[in-house]
Every structure is written in C-alpha cells, then in structure tokens.
Design a protein around this ligand. Structure first.
Ligand SMILES: [Zn+2]
Ligand SMILES: [Zn+2]
Ligand SMILES: [Zn+2]
Length: 258
C-alpha cells in the first residue's frame, strides 16, 4: 500500500494570498502546501481521503488516473471544495457511481453544500458527480484495505481514519483536531505510521499545535510520524530542525510505502 500526500497545508494554503513572509515567498517546493488530501493505492484499488480545492491540480501533477472511492474526514471547505471534480473519475470509471464514505452528519452537510449530487446517470453529459454516500460508522473495506473511523474533537463533525494494508501495516490519519479522545489514542497505539495535524507552534482553538501534537505522538508511539495541515509560520527546514527523531513534516507529493 502507498499513501501519497496530495496536500499538507492549512485551510488558506501556503503561500497565503497576499502574504510576503519568508515561507510564503520561499523557493523550496516543500514550502508550497496545498489544502489537505491524500491518495491510497494498492495493487487492487486507489482511493482518496478528502477532495480539497486543489485536488484536480494535484491529480494531474502526480499522474492520478484512477480513483475507485473516497473517504471524507469532514465537510469543512478546505477538505471538500474539489468534490465536483470527481466527475472526471466517474467518466474514467465508465460512468459508474463512486462510493463516498463519511459520517452521517458529513453526508447531510455534503447534500446541503452540493445539492445537485446524484447517484443516477446524467442524461446530457456528466454535469454532476455520481456518488453513492455510505455511512462510515462501522468498519469497512475498500478493495483490500480495511478501514475504520477514528473519533476526534474538532468543534465540528469530523473523524480520522485507520487504514490497514493487505499485509497488516496500520496507518492512522488525523488531519483536523484539537483533541484526540483516549479511546482513539488506545486504538492507534503502536501504529506503523501516524499522520497528524499540526498547525504551528502557537496554540489554536481547533487544531493541534506542536507541543500538543508531540504529546500525542509520545503517547501513541507510532513507528514513524508525519505532520500535516501546517500554516506558514515555519518552513519545511525549520520544522525539521525543531522536531525530534521519528517525526517529520510531510510535504505535497510525498509518498509513504507501508
Ligand atoms: Zn482542515
Ligand atoms: Zn506567509
Ligand atoms: Zn476542519
């Protein structure tokens, strides 16, 4: 199984519009952070985690020519604004509806944000995404990947995911939260890979800052940890210099082999 970061930036992206700070004007490609999303692939399937606004660009840049399903973490716009571009994958899949796994609250919100989503074939061209929404309340599989939802606190209906590869490797993905409940910490303890949101060093009401993220990482004790959903306060090199061994800032396009 491979896990590729399609985006690693916070809700406004990096660079931010109208910002001339050293990170927003950096020449290091790892300091350009699209909004958060990911692609998981095995020999059998390919699926997305979230559909951020730059999903289309990322799919073109990284040569993503197949998507069989989607898992949504939540319906904040930085995670779903690219949803309409799933139409292209409907076409590539021969016009079949795509399964989209999400929390019940998220499914309701998606119907409000995109009231034209259908699960029936469009009569005159593919002008609306064809989606079969599926509640993610119970463990499920996409192809040969086993998946379960992880409870998190984000002051908004939101979840993380635990993905287990065909050979048993466990990858936990928590892109947005300010707190991780004890039962989730216990569920992902010792995971091979942990991807965790970390906005910046200063505290924030709905996201983890560096101290809080490192606190959870030391409790969860993953084999390796990657930070995502980062703002423009720190460059990739600055993050690297501040983080302990085994914890790294992710960057757009990075592929993890599990
Ligand atoms: Zn977010
Ligand atoms: Zn900036
Ligand atoms: Zn959010």
């Amino acid at each position: 199984m491979t896990f590729q970061f399609l985006g690693t930036g916070t809700s406004v992206g990096v660079p931010q519009i109208g910002c001339r700070c050293p990170v927003c004007t950096s020449g290091d490609p790892r300091d350009r952070r699209r909004r958060c999303g990911a692609l998981i692939r095995t020999g059998e399937v390919a699926f997305l985690v979230d559909t951020p606004p730059e999903m289309r660009e990322a799919c073109i840049e990284y040569g993503v020519d197949r998507v069989d399903a989607v898992c949504l973490t939540h319906a904040h716009m930085d995670h779903v604004a690219g949803f309409d571009d799933l139409r292209r994958f409907n076409t590539l899949n021969g016009g079949a509806p795509m399964r989209c796994f999400a929390m019940d609250e998220t499914i309701e919100q998606m119907h409000r944000i995109f009231p034209y989503i259908s699960n029936r074939k469009n009569e005159m061209g593919l002008f609306r995404p064809m989606i079969n929404f599926v509640s993610n309340g119970k463990p499920f599989t996409i192809g040969d990947v086993a998946i379960e939802r992880l409870a998190v606190e984000h002051s908004f209906p939101c979840c993380g995911y635990l993905f287990t590869s065909p050979d048993g490797a466990r990858l936990a993905y928590i892109s947005d939260c300010h707190e991780i409940p004890d039962e989730t910490v216990a569920r992902i303890e010792g995971a091979d890979t942990l991807v965790l949101n970390c906005l910046r060093e200063r505290p924030h009401p709905t996201h983890l800052n560096m101290a809080a993220a490192l606190g959870y990482i030391s409790r969860i004790q993953p084999g390796r940890a990657f930070l995502t959903h980062m703002c423009h306060d720190l460059s990739h090199m600055e993050w690297l210099s501040k983080l302990p061994k085994g914890v790294e800032p992710a960057y757009d396009g990075l592929v993890l082999e599990t």
